[in-house]
Design a protein around this ligand. Sequence first.
Ligand code: IFM
Length: 509
Amino acid sequence: MTRFLLCCCFIALASFAQAENNKTFPDGFMFGVATAAYQVEGAWNEDGKGENIWDRMVHTDPSSITNNDTADVACDSYHKYKEDVELIAGLNLTHYRFSVSWSRVLPTGFANEINAKGLLYYQNLVKELKARNIEPVVTLYHWDLPQPLQEIGGWTNPNMVTYFKEYARVMIENLVGVQYWATFNEPKQVCRAGYGVGSLAPRISSNGIADYICPYIIVKSHAEVYHMYKNDFPDLKGKMSIVFDGQWAEPASNSTADTEAAERKMHFEFGLYANPIFLGDWPQVVKDRVSFRSEKENFTRSRLPEFTEDEISTINGTFDYLGFNHYYTRLASDVEEEDFDDIGYDRDVRVLSTEDPSWEKSPNGNPIVPWGIRKTLKWIKDTYGNPEIFITENGVIDDGSTLEDDIRIDFYKGYLSSVLDAIYEDEVKVTGFTAWSLMDNFEWTGGYGYHFGLYQVNFTDPERPRTPKKSADFYGTLARTLKIPTSWANKISACWIYLLGTLVVFQFL
Ligand code: IFM
């Protein structure tokens, strides 16, 4: 009996040494990679493409981007898409998440003029993927609004609902084989960074005003497209949804104030966009906070637009899955109510975000906290009635100095272990995982200084050659085996533990 118990202990120890989590992802689980049109395509003015808000920003204010980088050529995927698909196929991946450049297909943004060559590019990409058995996951809007639509107010103009729907119809009609659609990528970035603080294009600074009008227009646009897809294309049978970015807010202490602050933060950052679609209407705490402060600031009504009953029921339930991007975790602590002289989103949220100094950091300073993804997944499950969750982005940067990107491999080991825990311990319905990104690309205002890729791209070479990093092999093995690959070092320590165990059991007992 003692021998038996000891054996069990050693086996358990050895498995622990072998990998963070040696469970297998469920059958049919999807592993893929993601990119976005503006970040990889290049060809910014080729074959009839129109100008978008990022083209405008990088060309008129070059210093807004690190090193004055532009995405004029980027990874040149417009010309090299076949090579991209080849790389994806070589990694045994099930899907490729990419986005459509609206102004490549509709140069002015309006559907009166379709650019046949632009459309053909996406048709060819989908054809190439399908031929390799790779499922296209298509995002309709990943931040690159046609400039003429910005001239009329962009995502603060109610007419955008119609223009977006007309654009979406063109894409749905022309990419019929697509089974996975997402209307928007990370509406929080579009609204908060684009129209609130003004750090991303179109760089509107209307803190606490436009960043609430924008979600109102975006969720209505999303809902219209969802209904159009279901009603006008009943034979297509694909899934339509939206992608949210959700970083975890961990209470900084056990106090009730900090616990409530963390929950409030989740509702302002995630719920503001997800609640109307998954539950109907804005989160109550957001409605209460913005209306309370608006009244004190002498507004005649809340700065947060109110949905009509009709809008609530139209928007509610417009999802087939929940697209989820996750990168980091922060600590949340309660902040005292500030005076009412200045208006702003942060004053509405009333939460201070900090980091635990003991957390490991990525080269850009983001905390690496694998348990944060599990907590966010569980929070989404509990808050939104256990929807199917498709992880549409997760990743970390390396410092660009080496192809031996162990930082990325360790990052994925940790985060994927937590995803497995979410699936098996918390029973969250996660059906897919998507690495950001297939290759190094144009990281918005960070230019080419941020290396998120499984493949390195040489941006000084006109050919833009792609070279696999060590993590590409890791990720390919993961996709093939549905298990987190164990490194040789871990395998060797596990063998030593087995060996030692056998010796102890049979020699000394
Ligand atoms: O590069 C971005 C992407 O466009 C949206 N999600 C986060 C990524 C990394 O910052």
